[in-house]
Design a protein around this ligand. Structure first.
Ligand SMILES: NC(=O)c1ccc[n+]([C@@H]2O[C@H](COP(=O)([O-])OP(=O)(O)OC[C@H]3O[C@@H](n4cnc5c(N)ncnc54)[C@H](O)[C@@H]3O)[C@@H](O)[C@H]2O)c1
Length: 690
């Protein structure tokens, strides 16, 4: 509380600043919102809306929030809009400036329909794709996914960024701060066109409570990872990662051979939201059986209509029957349970039904803000309680998390394997008062009793070897461009090399058949440094030869190098540096230095404010040779910077990958390889002191 007061005191130093006259405004700001009042918008029925985030500001802060939002608005409109913004703040907890949302549909249109230089056009496609009704979670509130991950804080920022992008020149860089376009600055041709940050807060104040105030005052954005990074491509991005995680969980925990799939294996989890919605699709691709609980019926409808979930029911007996049937047939099936995951798990436990693999993808990174619906109440009741009695809601969440933990404990004791899916589930259970979830039963300094998917799977098997969620968007929106890129990427994967190569080969071979695209024509493919560089160069060549239109390359922030997140991406760093954030910041800086088109650094992403520093990028392939150079140096650094750090943390696979890189690149550079001390020698030496 003291910290929050200190924040507000700091911010209160802002005093009355003189209004600008109309003539002054003309002289000094040429790129601005119009003096014409946009029409009020009609909210389309059936489009999900964000919950009220709570009106938490004091009188003084409320004044500040209004003045902050009005900074975008010409003075002649202040009278009308100030009271409208106040109303938004009181009813939604935020000022979104709904009136400034362009009317009609927003979606990533074919790139040639936008104005500006090629890179700026491409960035506009990405922004609009993140706000597409088909793609975004709460499109009217600019939330793309993960309950609170916004592209911008408000629609005024959207409008202004678009204006800047339309007039941007090839030697300028737009600087964006939590969605706010700070300005368009002169730079040079090989500088990024956009440098963006989201939600960064000075260490002492870097906590969710302070962030909540900052967001309500309109000065900070929770960009999640790819929402504020303009690189979300719908849940496909996660399907591939989930597919790899599930296959490797089966291999690691159940001893399934590398050349076999998950047929006959049951996976239980929760969530059919932005990312979690990938689970049923992924489990079907692995050949297994998935039952995913979801409290919000509208999300079941969405995933069912997309064909990402095959059946749904709110009847647990019926669901158990389907599971049995498909176990016997050894055939894949994805089932949504309309209800609470705690009830689902308790049913399987009470009836002694076999469950091999369990995880959870409720939005526990925003556990009291609606991300986790407690057992015992419906989704709708939960939403009401958040508004009417948030303290009661928090109590119910805590009780439910403890109950959730108990049933998982019973199931794992009976032989199920549980892993945390990077949603802060285990941290939330601990914070709800259940100390037994921590490894030492006291605090979280030694981690938790169950692994996170990064500790056991993604970390050693993917990230330490440089494999990560490389992705691309065919900016033309043409199906045939995507087909040709899929085919080309496949040519660069040798399925006989390792299990990972084979999984990736199968993934890309079947990608079109699996109908993964939602929104723009995008594709994800886990690839390592060499793979990413080769595929990117091949795509740029295709653009150069006119065989496909421009392509936007990017990646999820959930990658080798871009993210420092002790409970997730860096969960398998065990040299004591897990909570440092140097790697992500160096990745960000290095990508800027190498001229990527878009470079982003954000706070929070996936696990919550203060718990992660994450960065991403975008490279617009225009077919030029200039881009070949950026691919070679940029993509290589973007992966190997993180492998180098993982190697320094003594991670075996990263050491091997770094040695290989040194062998191949001896004349260009060198990664520092650690000398490994003998464990027993160190232990016996230190034993004498303690
Ligand atoms: N999929 C991945 O690879 C991945 C990776 C890292 C982190 N995550 C994390 O997973 C979480 C989910 O992400 P998302 O984008 O899908 O969020 P989301 O908010 O869109 O979806 C979560 C879903 O869980 C449902 N839910 C909440 N409580 C429930 C309960 N008790 N029982 C059943 N359903 C419940 C919600 O209704 C919602 O639809 C986030 O915390 C995210 O950071 C996912």
């Amino acid at each position: 509380m003291a910290m929050i007061l200190a924040t507000v005191e700091l911010l209160n130093h802002i005093t009355g600043v003189k209004k600008m006259s109309e003539s002054q405004s003309k002289e000094v700001i040429t790129i601005k919102l119009s003096t014409k009042l946009p029409a009020k918008i009609d909210f389309q029925i059936g489009i999900r809306r964000a919950p009220n985030r709570g009106f938490i500001l004091t009188k003084k802060e409320t004044e500040m929030a209004l003045k902050n939002a009005l900074r975008y608005i010409p003075n002649e409109l202040h009278e009308v809009l100030a009271s409208e913004f106040l109303q938004e703040l009181r009813s939604m907890g935020r000022i979104y400036g709904y009136r400034y949302r362009p009317s009609g549909e927003i979606y990533g249109r074919p790139v040639e329909e936008y104005d500006g230089i090629p890179e700026a056009k491409a960035l506009q496609v990405m922004i609009d794709n993140n706000l597409d009704f088909e793609v975004a979670l709460y499109p009217y509130e600019l939330v793309t996914y993960g309950e609170t991950g916004q592209v911008f804080q408000n629609w005024m920022q959207y409008q202004l960024v678009k204006k800047y992008l339309r007039i941007m020149k090839e030697d300028q860089t737009l600087v964006v701060s939590s969605g706010h376009p700070v300005g368009l600055f002169p730079s040079h041709r090989n500088a990024p066109r956009v440098i963006s940050t989201n939600g960064l807060i000075v260490g002492q104040w870097d906590n969710p409570e302070t962030f909540k105030k900052l967001a309500a005052m309109g000065v900070s954005n929770y960009g999640q990872m790819t929402a504020g990074g303009w690189m979300y491509i719908g849940p496909q991005g996660i399907v591939h990662g989930t597919y790899i995680t599930l296959l490797n969980a089966g291999r690691k925990y159940l001893g399934i051979p590398e050349n076999k799939d998950l047929s006959g294996v049951l996976f239980i989890s929760s969530g059919l939201g932005g990312m979690s919605g990938a689970q049923p699709k992924a489990v079907e691709i692995t050949g297994g059986i998935g039952v995913i609980a979801e409290v919000d019926y509208s999300r079941i409808e969405t995933r069912f209509s997309q064909g990402w979930v095959s059946r749904f029911s709110d009847d647990l007996e019926e669901i158990a029957g389907w599971v049995e049937e498909f176990r016997i047939k050894k055939r894949q099936i994805s089932i949504a349970y309309h209800g609470n995951v705690v009830d689902l798990l308790e049913y399987f436990d009470k009836n002694n039904l076999k469950v091999e693999l369990i995880s959870d993808q409720t939005s526990c990174h925003a556990v009291y803000e609606g991300g986790y619906t407690p057992a015992g109440i419906t989704f709708e009741k939960g939403r009401e309680l958040i508004e009417e009695d948030p303290v009661k809601f928090e109590e119910l969440v805590d009780e439910s998390l403890v109950r959730h933990f108990s049933v998982l404990k019973r199931l794992t004791e009976k032989g199920s394997y549980f892993w945390d899916y990077g949603n802060s589930f285990m941290a939330s259970v601990f914070e709800a008062g259940e100390k037994n979830i921590s490894a030492n039963g006291i605090d979280t300094s030694e981690g938790f009793i169950w692994p996170s998917y990064v500790e056991d799977i993604m970390g050693p098997i993917c990230f330490d070897k440089g494999f990560g969620p490389f992705r691309w968007v065919c900016l033309s929106r043409r199906e045939e461009d995507l087909a040709l890129t899929d085919k080309t990427a496949m040519e660069y994967i040798d399925p006989n090399l390792t299990a990972m190569h084979r999984d990736n080969y199968i993934w890309i071979r079947d990608a079109a058949k699996n109908k993964l695209v939602v929104g723009t024509k995008a594709r994800i493919l886990y690839a390592d440094e060499e793979g990413r560089v080769k595929i990117a160069l091949a795509f740029n060549r295709l653009v150069r030869e006119g065989k496909i239109g421009m392509v936007m390359l990017g990646r999820d922030h959930h990658d080798v190098s871009g993210t420092d997140s002790p409970f997730r991406e860096t969960a398998n760093i065990n040299d004591g540096s897990r909570v440092t954030a140097d790697m992500s910041v160096q990745c960000f800086g290095g990508n800027i230095a190498r001229g990527m088109t878009l470079v982003v650094l954000s706070n929070g992403g996936g696990v919550g404010i203060g718990r992660a520093s994450n960065g991403g990028n975008g490279i617009v392939l225009d077919g030029s040779e200039r881009m070949d150079d950026i691919i070679k140096s940029g993509l290589s650094w973007d992966v190997m910077g993180g492998v180098a750090r993982r190697n320094w943390a003594r991670n075996e696979n990263a050491i091997e990958t770094s040695k290989e890189w040194n062998k191949k690149n001896g004349n260009k550079g060198q990664i520092t390889i650690p000398f490994i001390a003998d464990d027993n020698f160190i232990k016996s030496l230190v034993d004498k002191v303690f």
